[in-house]
Design a protein around this ligand. Structure first.
Ligand SMILES: [Zn+2]
Length: 387
């Protein structure tokens, strides 16, 4: 390991300790926890204070020899992160501080599925966010993009629900328009990251699957407490019924084709639910006890539970979160899925499995995207990334 790499690892361990410890830790506590000398920790902390990443919250209590007793926290006032996400045909933008608290928001609706219009709207929004604030911004955006995303290279490989079949070099396009680097992830994945972080699920569960159900379907997978960043996971394209409806990806009966927006809008229309146009609409009707809405959700719960059973058999999650516009809004769907799961997996698998409903807010996915630059804040401030 090169000296620089070792230093980066040590800095990161100290920062992680300050961020994740239940109470603000002192230098002495950090030294013990991460296994570094007090001198090394004091040196690192001084550098972080100079970078405005960290601050002392009680300057009076420590002694003068490196103030080992003074608690340290993230400094939320200086550095901020911009996140964007494409949800319900609009780009939603947020500016968050180091504590992931939202400072500003911005929304740009886009009409139609034209790639050019959707991407131009993203660039306009990012430029607007940069120019409209006096606050200091980390030199990278977090983007929750539609479709299958290659996070390593910053590509959208394809977005079947929008009928985009071409690879889009989104990181390059954003760079060309804004001269700023970006981390690209799927929008449901960023939604999952926000929910999992907000509720501190990683502290309580080992393997977590967040499944976002909307026009498309995708999610976030955590194994052993770590987000799986393998861009080739395609949770929405697990085949449930080879004779089922055609999916935009070319296969038949993918989970997405069976329970995505197109499927349940079709089912709702078939059942005479003419006013339904969103996941929230159908959830609200089902909560009121509307028999057709309950029948529609019941029909969805069958392929959904089949997909979840496959996920359980392969990934052994101890927590599944049903998210996205439909999953987050429907207690009825959650109830139906739990019932179905009883007959699809074994009792000993069920014992260790909790299935919950997400609780997305309008900006959850954009906040989740903004969390990615926050995770890389130290390295971003050391070396400004470029492509
Ligand atoms: Zn498919």
């Amino acid at each position: 390991m090169q000296y620089d790499e070792l230093e980066t690892v040590n800095f990161q361990s100290v920062l992680d300790c300050i961020e994740t410890n239940d109470v603000p830790p002192s230098r002495a506590f950090i030294a013990k926890k991460v296994g570094l000398s007090r001198t090394a920790v004091s040196y690192i902390v001084q550098k972080m204070i100079a970078l405005d990443l960290v601050e002392e919250i009680d300057k009076e209590s420590g002694d003068k020899r490196g103030r080992p007793g003074t608690p340290l926290v993230l400094n939320p006032r200086v550095w901020h992160s911009i996140g964007a996400s494409f949800y319900s045909h609009e780009w939603r933008f947020v500016l968050v501080n180091l504590n992931a608290e939202v400072v500003e928001t911005h929304v740009l609706p886009v009409s139609g599925d034209s790639q050019e219009a959707i991407l131009n709207s993203l660039f306009d929004g990012l430029l607007y966010m940069m120019k409209s604030t006096e606050l200091r911004i980390l030199p990278a955006f977090g983007i929750g993009a539609p479709g299958l995303v290659d996070s390593v290279n910053g590509y959208i490989e394809r977005a079947d629900d929008l009928n985009w079949k071409n690879r889009i070099d989104l990181r390059r396009l954003i760079w060309d328009r804004t001269s700023t680097y970006s981390y690209i992830i799927n929008r449901y994945c960023s939604n999952g990251i926000e929910e999992i972080q907000k509720r501190q699920y990683v502290k309580k569960f080992k393997n977590i699957v967040y499944l976002g159900i909307g026009t498309g379907m995708a999610g976030a997978v955590y194994l052993d407490g770590k987000l799986v960043t393998n861009s080739k996971l395609r949770l929405g394209h697990i085949v449930i019924d080879p004779k089922g409806p055609r999916c935009h990806c070319g296969q038949n009966g993918c989970l997405q084709a069976m329970i995505g927006e197109e499927a349940w809008l079709g089912k709702a229309a078939e059942l005479g639910l003419k006013t339904v146009s969103s996941g929230e609409d159908i959830s609200a009707l089902a909560e009121e006890g509307n028999p057709a809405a309950i029948e529609c959700l019941s029909a969805i719960s069958v392929p959904l539970s089949m997909g979840l059973a496959i996920i359980v058999n392969v990934l052994n999650p101890d927590l599944i979160i049903l998210g996205g516009p439909l999953g987050s809004s429907s207690s009825k769907l959650l109830e139906l899925v739990k019932e179905q799961m009883r007959s699809r997996i074994l009792g000993f698998q069920l014992q260790n499995l909790k299935i919950v409903k997400g609780d997305s807010g309008k900006f959850s996915s954009a906040i989740g995207a903004a969390l990615i630059p926050l995770e890389h804040k130290f390295e971003l401030l050391r070396v400004k990334p470029s492509i």
